[in-house]
Design a protein around this ligand. Sequence first.
Ligand SMILES: NC(=O)c1ccc[n+]([C@@H]2O[C@H](COP(=O)([O-])OP(=O)(O)OC[C@H]3O[C@@H](n4cnc5c(N)ncnc54)[C@H](OP(=O)(O)O)[C@@H]3O)[C@@H](O)[C@H]2O)c1
Length: 340
Amino acid sequence: MKTYTIIKYGEPEKAFELQEKPTPVPAANEILVAVDAFGINFADIMARNGLYQDAPPLPAVIGYESVGRVEACGSDVKNKLEKGTRVVAFSRFGGYATHVVSDERAVVPIGEDMDAGVACALAVQYSTAWFCAEEMIRLRKGNHVLIQAAAGGVGTALVQLCKRHGCIIYGTAGSDKKLEYLRELGVDYPINYNTSDFAAEIKKLRPEGVDVAFDSVGGKTFRKSFNSINKGGRIVGYGAAENLGGGLQIWDTLKMVFNFGIYHPVQFLMNSRGMIGVNMLRIADNHPDWLKICLESVVDLVQKGEIKPTVGGVFSADKLYDAHRFVESRKSMGKVIVKW
Ligand SMILES: NC(=O)c1ccc[n+]([C@@H]2O[C@H](COP(=O)([O-])OP(=O)(O)OC[C@H]3O[C@@H](n4cnc5c(N)ncnc54)[C@H](OP(=O)(O)O)[C@@H]3O)[C@@H](O)[C@H]2O)c1
């Protein structure tokens, strides 16, 4: 099989090498998938820059999600899928390859009609959004919800899931083009944080604060998101994009931790506030069945036409470098995929 392997950290052209490797043999509980397309996630950009703690050591084949066809099932796979069944699959890395093996619970059939970009969006980005918005929070009609980086992959997914519940959404993004996109998505109050202070805007629009905040930026932004929730409000923190400019040295980590803010349980108790952290890798490690519920739930919603992921970029495999640069440039909206 072919893989794009990271051989050193840095610029995409120097970091990735196209390599030939033996096609993996599925273990007893695994399914081997012949891959047509794989998705790019923000974590991949962090991994390529050497800033992702959970990434495997070099040389490494990263990649969390693929769309393709079942090639073979391991001997103990309970729900055997026929060879050729079209599926979306999560993988614990290894996705930047023409073949990937996944735990059977991380492989879901998608039918013949689903667009490859849409299917890739459902894996990491929509499943994360589902877990944050449906499993960790109970959203109600009329809830006021702040979504940071709302035009990104997970951001778009959160907007669509919250709109489904009839929430009123305050979505941030870094350019007017993205604000236009957010309006099209149905965001009630798009806020360009480069031209105005999002916390001050929310204070003007909703002096008592929002009911729920989803924050993937971390650092000082997280602290301001937290200060924007009302009494009874909840915040879900699921990322630290702000750390892209940082490093993995102890001082970088301390600075990041300090920027997030220091909190005491009494603050939460007295104000009936909740702070929830989400890391889907930990969910995959400890509750793989929950991951399957997330993926099946969002596949179902797309098939029923209740959500419609945005595919913001499709690149051929020989343009992997451009795909990485595009996501890193912060110009991408929705899902970016690479096709073999
Ligand atoms: N916890 C989990 O399990 C989990 C799972 C999936 C994703 N995530 C996290 O969720 C976030 C979104 O992921 P995604 O795949 O949807 O990415 P994405 O589509 O590339 O969206 C990321 C966006 O974040 C915004 N951003 C804000 N501050 C940034 C900064 N300092 N540096 C870079 N970008 C910044 C940018 O949009 P603007 O310029 O418009 O602000 C950027 O386009 C990432 O932080 C990712 O690590 C976490």
